[in-house]
Design a protein around this ligand. Structure first.
Ligand code: CA
Length: 386
């Protein structure tokens, strides 16, 4: 597939819009008038296809990711924004029950507090990806959602600007999320997530968290000290227990108090038994609804804590350890499954099924059963294969 645009590509794109997309949009109740008005300025964006093709899946070690997510600069800028927008953040907290620091942390991690929102015309980006990109069906659905926003009068082609992948504005909302969770908080009749004024965008972030079950007044989680002889096989986001059960096992906060009762909680060791141990609460799972990566949720949670004056983690990370890439993870999944510990698929990504298989393997081999897919595990699997 050639990524350079030729007149022939542009012509094929126009034909696709007229003959394929138009009838499909009509089926989804997008009126001809809306379609004509919104698609009028849409162009094929070869750069977008190039960006998608060259998208690197990178695995930063969690401690490096957190150093970027909660860098001194991002903390400083976030505290400044909390002060300069204090009234707005307070109004949002009253309306949606989400703390200012949490909303600010998402704003800060998504777009550097609105500094790097992206200026790509989203209708063109989505149409390009729906025409010829990978996951075309997904992007076509998002394009239809964007057209619906225009039809409802909630957006105009001009306000729909953002990233090459179609994420709009300060909080990088996909159009389907704008439809479901977008809020016109300044009451001007439009849901403007990409303008200089972040009022609608920040309220929409808070609404998104509220609708996914955010519990006001509770942390996302906190660092814990594990008792001597802790059974690491009990850790993992898939194994929550009531907080008092953890306290009964001797888990404490880093200041030595028993873990407080915030309801069901899981022990999370993002770098395995050799790194920081955390208690992940309900709000942690809410953050993973914004972005499924555990590192992202942890980045948001930690940045929010730091914006509120919280301290860095106390325990050390295994700095210098090798971080496995997706090829290594696929190999580990293959070897685990062949050894009788089914990871239910080999996709290079760590989900609950892989974690469970790793834990079972570690238990069977007498290893520390922290469920962590790290170099120790891969070396052992390779050795065993012979
Ligand atoms: Ca508005």
């Amino acid at each position: 597939m050639s990524l350079t645009s030729s007149p022939a590509d542009a012509a094929a794109f126009e034909v696709w819009i007229a003959d394929t997309l138009r009838p499909r949009a009509a089926e989804k109740l997008i009126r001809a008038e809306t379609f004509g008005r919104a698609m009028d300025g849409v162009r094929l964006l070869p750069d977008v296809l190039e960006r998608q093709a060259n998208q690197k899946e990178f695995n930063l070690p969690i401690w490096e990711y957190l150093a970027i997510a909660a860098s001194d600069e991002r903390i400083r800028n976030g505290r400044h924004r909390l002060r300069s927008h204090r009234t707005l953040f307070n109004r949002i907290e009253q309306a949606f029950g989400v703390e200012p620091e949490v909303v600010a942390a998402i704003w800060g991690l998504e777009t550097g507090y609105g500094v790097v929102k992206g200026e790509v015309p989203v209708l063109s980006a989505l149409a390009t990806l729906a025409f010829r990109g990978r996951r075309a069906a997904f992007f076509e659905d998002e394009l239809i959602a964007a057209l619906r926003l225009v039809q409802l009068g909630d957006a105009t082609p001009e306000t729909l600007t953002g990233s090459w992948a179609g994420a709009v504005g300060h909080g990088q909302f996909m159009p389907s999320s704008m439809l479901e969770f977008g809020v016109d908080f300044d009451g001007d009749g439009k849901i403007d997530l990409s303008g200089d004024d972040p009022t609608d965008a920040l309220a929409s972030i808070a609404n998104y968290l509220k609708k996914h079950g955010w519990r006001q007044g509770q942390p996302w989680g906190f660092e814990v000290r594990l008792p001597e002889g802790f059974d690491h096989a009990r850790s993992g986001l898939d194994q929550p227990l009531p907080s008092p059960d953890w306290a009964g096992m001797g888990l404490s906060t880093v200041t030595g108090d028993p873990v407080p009762d915030y309801g069901p909680a899981s022990v999370l060791q993002p770098a395995g038994a050799g790194g920081v141990a955390l208690m992940a609460l309900r709000n942690f799972h809410v953050l993973t609804r914004y972005n499924r990566a555990v590192a992202y949720a942890l980045g948001i949670g930690h940045l929010a804590d730091r914006l509120g004056g919280g301290r860095p983690f106390v325990a050390a990370w295994p700095v210098g350890a090798r971080e496995l890439g997706s090829g290594d993870i696929s190999e580990a999944q293959f070897l685990l499954s062949r050894a009788g510990f089914d990871t239910m698929g080999i996709d290079g990504m760590i989900g609950p099924n892989t974690t469970r298989a790793v834990r079972a393997y570690q238990v069977a081999r007498g290893m520390v059963a922290d469920g962590y897919v790290g170099p120790l595990l891969l070396d052992r699997l390779r050795e065993e294969r012979g």
